[in-house]
Ligand binder design. Structure first.
Ligand SMILES: Nc1ncnc2c1ncn2[C@@H]1O[C@H](COP(=O)(O)OP(=O)(O)O)[C@@H](O)[C@H]1O
Ligand SMILES: [Mg+2]
Length: 225
């Protein structure tokens, strides 16, 4: 089972208003888990009050294509796309110039993803309530633990009730998956906002999805308090 709390490096205390960006790498070996959705929505949420950069290291470039859909009226978000040996250097560059850097990674743990995890202050692992998602998350959490990175699981497309959700919750508790309290429901609003090059906080600010993202952003901010 995955154990990482004892060995994790600990969250930096200075990220809000500090001179170096707080780096969040969204990683999960399973495709379709919600990595890009999470990165886009957190970026859009924080971009209203902070300098936010995105680093897209997934060759599919979904996040870059979302970013290309943004209009001049949307809050500014810097996008960088790199792969290979340039990942670490680009991360260093962005870290110096922004408050928050969000890295969206490919659905496999390759060298690039390892570099992005190594360079992260926090690794976010989206998990949908299914066993394959959970199994894939174990590998990502082990890698984060090996790199002594703080990692947290975000339940995505959570069902409000149901046997499967309960079973996944039980397995997570048994396996000491480090969960955030905030969860994201299965909501069409996430796909609609994405198609408009927006986050849900921009697209439908009063929606349940927007409240979920705002709550998640606050919980992440509070981790360093
Ligand atoms: N909470 C959610 N509710 C509804 N649809 C979602 C949610 N999270 C992700 N999706 C959809 O699932 C698909 C895969 O999500 P994506 O973020 O691209 O996953 P990944 O980057 O891990 O491959 C997308 O079509 C996305 O719109
Ligand atoms: Mg993706």
């Amino acid at each position: 089972m995955v154990r990482m709390r004892s060995s994790e490096a600990g969250i930096r205390q200075d990220w809000i208003g500090g001179s170096m960006a707080f780096v969040i790498t969204v990683a999960q070996q399973k495709g379709g888990a919600g990595k890009t959705t999470l990165a886009a929505n957190l970026a859009a949420s924080w971009a209203r009050s902070r300098r936010v950069a995105l680093l897209d290291i997934d060759p599919q470039r979904s996040l870059s294509r979302w970013h290309a859909l943004r209009t001049p009226t949307s809050a500014a978000i810097r996008l960088a796309e790199v792969s290979g040996w340039r990942v670490a250097a680009e991360l260093d560059r962005l870290r110096a110039d922004y408050d928050i850097v969000l890295v969206d990674s490919p659905p496999q743990i390759d060298t690039d993803a390892k570099l992005a995890i190594r360079g992260a202050d926090l690794v976010l692992v989206p998990v949908q309530p299914s066993l394959p998602d959970l199994w894939a998350a174990e590998g990502t959490l082990k890698l984060a633990a090996a790199e002594r990175r703080t990692a947290r699981v975000v339940m995505n497309r959570a069902q409000p009730t149901g046997a499967l959700r309960d079973e996944v919750a039980r397995l997570m508790a048994a396996g000491e998956f480090p969960m955030l309290h905030a969860t994201l429901g299965n909501r069409i609003g996430y796909a609609n906002a994405f198609a408009a090059g927006q986050g849900v906080v921009e697209h439908q600010p009063r929606s349940v999805a927007a409240k979920e993202i705002a709550g998640l952003a606050r919980e992440i901010e509070a981790m360093q308090a």
